[in-house]
Design a protein around this ligand. Structure first.
Ligand code: ZN
Length: 368
């Protein structure tokens, strides 16, 4: 038992195409000295390194996993998509969708990334670990069955959920997405279903531009089982915790899941280059504490965090460390070196009060 940490150095070798930040090179976009997509291996490798340096790794059950099998991928993705992806990967890589580039062998690395998620969910749902963290890369929450986008090539979490359901290890699943971007892939995959509750907290008007609306509540049997909370730019620690208390936790409790899976991005953090939010390492730790408590109440403590976005190479490791400390009740610690500055940047009491009211109004308007 204990907390599992699923990772593999090979996932850090996934490489994107010719970009400067999120812009394809060409025209007036000059290549950067240390260029490439913001989805770089360093945010993840530095988290892995930090937990080694502080001793936290010794308190976790460090594991790798087998790559996802084709039969696992086929529960979510059509064969035609997998064939095209594999052929491009063998031929040297390229751009498969929108902002979803990869290099030679990218298919196998994506299989391994999904495999880490499968193994983490499998181990927790079967009761061999208390909870687990999957350091999956490339990420997955934007990926639709046949449309990769936003750095995501395979829908890691959905693949893991389907595998657990196929084995009879879990039936009712909550996917909570606190990445700053809308979890459009998970939403699309489960939009018609009532056995998987998808909840996304994201920055309003960030990526993708055309999804993540408050009124998008599901379709058919899935009506009421998709929930989007588009938070205004400038939401920080207090707004995130209020959203959890006012909306997320009651919804999870009412749904009564067998397991909770978090699409854990750290790009709502103060320093992130792809958002305008003000979360801190303590915000992510506090949200993890809340999930740990609601999991203890509803599903024997079973929860899994799957790594998604987060683009500050220096700060992401401290956010991840804070989360893992909570998951494992760890002795090791890595105090947030940015705490003073980031606490100082939080909105003042009047603005926080407005943000809470705004969240309450959004919730009331959709009857939750
Ligand atoms: Zn993101």
């Amino acid at each position: 038992m204990g907390t599992g940490f699923f990772w593999d150095e090979r996932t850090f070798w996934h490489a994107g195409g010719d970009y400067a930040f999120t812009l394809p090179l060409g025209g007036l976009v000059q290549p950067q000295a240390a260029g490439g997509l913001p989805e770089s291996p360093e945010t993840k490798r530095r988290l892995r390194n930090l937990i080694e340096v502080t001793g936290l790794a010794a308190e976790l059950d460090m594991r790798t996993a087998d790559p996802a099998k084709t039969e696992d991928l086929l529960r979510v993705h059509p064969q035609s998509y997998l064939t095209k992806f594999k052929e491009m990967s063998d031929a040297g890589g390229g751009e498969l969708g929108y902002h979803a580039p990869f290099g030679q062998g990218g298919y196998e690395i994506a299989q391994l990334s999904a495999g880490l998620s499968i193994a983490a969910v499998n181990a927790v749902s079967s009761g061999t670990l208390d909870n687990a963290y999957a350091l999956s890369r490339p990420p997955g929450h934007h990926c639709l069955p046949d449309l990769p986008n936003g750095f995501c090539l395979l829908a890691n979490i959905a693949i893991a959920v389907e595998a657990a359901q196929a084995k009879g290890l879990a039936r009712r699943v909550v996917i909570l997405d606190w990445d700053v971007h809308h979890g459009n892939g998970s939403e699309a995959i489960y939009y018609d279903r009532d056995d998987v509750l998808t909840i996304s907290l994201h920055q309003d008007g960030n990526y993708p531009l055309d999804t993540g609306g408050l009124s998008d509540r599901g379709r058919g049997a899935g009506v009421g089982f998709n929930l989007n909370l588009p938070l205004p730019a400038g939401s920080g620690h207090a707004a995130y915790l209020h959203a959890m208390e006012r909306v997320v936790l009651p919804q999870i409790e009412a749904f009564d899941p067998d397991i909770i899976i978090v699409a854990c991005g750290y790009d709502a953090a103060c320093s992130d280059p792809l958002s305008s939010m003000l979360a801190t390492a303590e915000t992510f730790a506090a949200m993890t504490r809340a999930i740990k408590e609601i999991a203890a109440k509803t599903c024997e403590g079973k929860f899994v965090l799957v790594h998604e976005g987060g683009y500050s190479e220096v700060y992401v490791p401290f956010c991840g460390h804070a989360v893992l400390e909570v998951m494992a009740d760890a002795v090791a610690s890595a105090p947030d070196p940015m705490k003073k500055g980031f606490d100082n940047r939080q909105p003042n009491a009047r603005i926080v009060s407005f943000q809470k009211e705004y969240i309450n109004e959004m919730a009331e308007s959709i009857g939750v």
